[in-house]
Design a protein around this ligand. Structure first.
Ligand SMILES: Nc1ncnc2c1ncn2[C@@H]1O[C@H](COP(=O)(O)OP(=O)(O)OP(=O)(O)O)[C@@H](O)[C@H]1O
Ligand SMILES: [Mg+2]
Length: 245
């Protein structure tokens, strides 16, 4: 479904992504791990069109998407959540998802249309599937951090993606919230057949839910393979897992 080949991207003279390779098959859950500053977020920004590669190829279902704009890539079937929560905090949970659904359908709010009921059924369904239905009328700023991150996943789902990209989905969550989020990621994969690419610092979590892992260090791919292969890789143990894996 997704193939990243020898991608390079620099900020000024600094190569934040430097020869990254990544392969994500349809229906897989794939994790990218790597130390702070390894280039994980930058790589995700390249895949979703928030940045353009200097060189290399990014293929989605066999077609080059490198350098296309975020909304074009979104329409092709890739949506994402951000490392830092990115929702309309003054709007309710319902309204955040509603805007995402309407924008997918290219409908916009205007002063002549009665907006409350628009896309309501789909919004309710999405909120039910992520477990936020009870909080649909809550102003988003009042949600717990964990619920805000889940709301962002709901917004990403509203784009009806084939590939969902999550940048540190459980960052800053309490243990209970993390559990809920893991269950949600599994459910999205099992029930909806979504292909999921995420990055995460919590190794236990990565090895728990990912089917394959890509290890990124200094912008490049050290190895990618099954959890077992990655755990056994001596270069990974030295470079990232501190030799203790
Ligand atoms: N907009 C930018 N301008 C300049 N340098 C940047 C920019 N964004 C990222 N960088 C640099 O690129 C490198 C990769 O950053 P990136 O955010 O992709 O890492 P990361 O793997 O996501 O790290 P973390 O685990 O901390 O989220 C870092 O050295 C960072 O300082
Ligand atoms: Mg990051």
């Amino acid at each position: 479904m997704l193939r990243v080949e020898s991608v390079v991207m620099s900020f000024g003279g600094f190569k934040a992504v430097n020869g990254a390779n990544l392969h994500v098959g349809a229906g897989e859950i794939v994790a990218v791990i790597g130390p702070n500053g390894a280039g994980k977020t930058t790589l995700f920004n390249l895949i979703t069109g928030h940045l353009a590669p200097d060189s290399g190829r990014i293929l989605f279902k066999g077609r080059e998407i490198g350098g296309l704009s975020p909304h074009v890539i979104c329409r092709k079937g890739i949506t994402r959540s951000f490392q830092v929560v990115n929702i309309f905090s003054q709007l309710t949970v319902f309204e955040n998802v509603q805007i995402a659904v309407l924008s997918r359908e290219r409908k916009t709010y205007d002063i002549f249309s009665k907006v409350e009921g628009m896309a309501a059924e789909e919004v309710e369904r999405t909120l039910r599937s992520v477990g936020l239905h009870d909080k649909r009328n809550v102003e988003s700023v009042l949600l717990s951090h964990g619920d805000q991150k889940v709301l962002e996943i709901a917004v990403a789902l509203s784009g009806k993606p084939e590939l969902l990209i999550l940048d540190e989905p459980t960052a800053g969550m309490a243990p209970e919230e993390t559990e809920t989020c893991i269950r949600l990621i599994r459910k999205l994969s099992d029930e909806f057949g979504l292909t999921i690419l995420f990055c995460e610092h919590d190794m236990g979590l990565v090895f728990d839910i990912a089917q394959r892992v890509m290890v990124m260090v200094r912008g490049g791919t050290v190895v990618q393979g099954s959890c077992e292969e990655v755990r056994r890789n001596t270069e990974v143990q030295d470079a990232y897992l501190g030799g203790s894996a």
